[in-house]
Design a protein around this ligand. Structure first.
Ligand code: KET
Length: 396
């Protein structure tokens, strides 16, 4: 019955995690998956999350089904966090709770496939690998627009604009509002303004994927491109994830927001999103959403959480500085300043796949084949070892 099923080659990111866990070497370092570890190498339970969790445990409620669209207070709190002072009214905005950012991408992709039938979704080159998996799984082809310039280790801005300019009206364009995965290269504010001009004039449909709000500059600054689309009345899809910024990976907490510039259209959009959820998994899980709703809805817990996000951002930034300094002294003829210009959890090192293999095999340092390292996996105890290993493979 099953003999025609081919073996699964494994996911380029998640397989590394499995491999890492099986590795018995004492000095192994996991810089593959995008998980934030603290200065001791542990995945934190944020104190704000711990408090909310304890409070919830003190007032147990029945484990009933959530509605298809998710928990009401959670959806409101998420919308307020994403849109701040630019929060559109209910007649313009449809928000559903989803299974992490991945679930939001999938629900959005399914809705677009049904109501905006077109063959292609345009993704940056490079992007998070699973964008391809999720959109192709929903029936799209994915094609790339230029994004990263390996020569300058910066944004291929002109080529990006030229490509977007050539797309047909209504083309779906995936964008990372901040902390681009895997490169850490984000457009400057003026460049975003030009990208959004083009989206507006060409009538493109942006799909923003926001997994790292607050990890580039601040919770507010990092969503500027999204809020700019609200201010200009440009329709868009927005997936967001609380996996990283609440350290709630396994709880699967995220949301999909759809902005409808024409008043009154959000109700039908929300209805169709509910139907899409019902057909996929019926309704989302409860616990993680209750935690996020509680933290965001309580002034004290919210302030505490904001400080925790800031701490994570600053620690990653410090590790970038330490890594680039140590690399610089180990390989003085190389320029590593690009690591300081990149935003978010990831460093895009420029290491080749063969060099990444050597890092893993000889030194037990796990990075993604593209040369991406998770800087948030570095700490004072392992950064020297990682810099030395990287220097060794760079020397050839
Ligand atoms: N979008 C982006 C850009 C992203 O980097 C991730 C996860 C997600 C969505 C998924 O979010 P979630 O809420 O977990 O469904 N990225 C890391 C983990 C992974 O590959 O699943 C990573 O790139 O390592």
């Amino acid at each position: 019955m099953f003999s025609h099923l081919p073996p699964y080659a494994g996911d380029p990111i998640l397989s590394l995690m499995e491999h890492y866990l099986r590795d018995e070497r004492a000095g192994k370092v996991n810089l593959s998956i995008g998980i934030y570890a603290d200065g001791h190498g542990a995945i934190p339970v944020l104190p704000s999350v711990r408090t909310a969790d304890v409070e919830l445990a003190g007032a147990p409620a029945p484990y009933t089904y959530l509605p298809m669209e998710g928990h009401a207070a959670y959806r409101q709190a998420v919308a307020a966090l994403l849109f701040g002072d630019d929060l559109p009214g209910a007649e313009h905005l449809a928000v559903v709770q989803t299974l992490g950012g991945s679930g939001a991408l999938k629900v959005g992709a399914d809705l677009i496939a049904r109501f905006f039938p077109q063959p292609t979704v345009w993704i940056p080159d490079p992007t998070w690998d699973n964008h391809i998996g999720i959109f192709e799984g929903a029936g799209f082809k994915t094609e790339r627009y230029p994004y990263y310039d390996a020569q300058t280790k910066g944004l291929a801005f002109d080529a990006m604009l030229a490509k977007l300019e050539s797309l047909p009206r209504g083309a779906v364009v995936l964008l990372h509002p901040c902390c681009h995965n895997p490169t850490g290269v984000d457009p400057l504010r003026e460049q975003w303004a030009q990208i959004i001009d083009l989206i507006e004039h060409r009538g493109l449909l942006p799909f923003f994927d926001l997994a790292y709000q607050g990890f580039a500059e601040s919770l507010e600054q990092d969503v500027w491109p999204v809020r700019e689309c609200v201010r200009r009345g440009i329709a868009f899809f927005l997936s967001n994830s609380f996996s990283k910024i609440f350290s709630l990976y396994g709880e699967r907490v995220g949301a999909l927001s759809v902005f409808c510039p024409e008043a009154g259209q959000a109700a039908n959009v929300l209805g169709q999103l509910k139907l899409t959820v019902r057909r996929n998994y019926s309704s989302p899980p409860m616990h993680g959403a209750l935690i996020v709703a509680r933290v965001l809805g309580d002034a004290t817990l919210r302030a505490q959480w904001q400080a925790e996000v800031e701490q994570m951002r600053v620690r990653v930034r410090d590790m970038r500085i330490k890594l680039s300094e140590q690399l610089k002294s180990a390989v003085p003829d190389h320029d590593f300043s690009f690591l300081l210009r990149q935003h978010g959890m990831f460093g895009y090192t420029g290491l080749s796949a063969a060099q990444v293999d050597r890092l893993r095999e000889e030194f037990g340092v796990y990075a993604v084949h593209s040369g991406r390292i998770c800087v948030a996996g570095l700490n004072d105890s392992n950064v020297a070892r990682v810099a030395e290993a990287m220097a060794e493979v760079l020397r050839g």
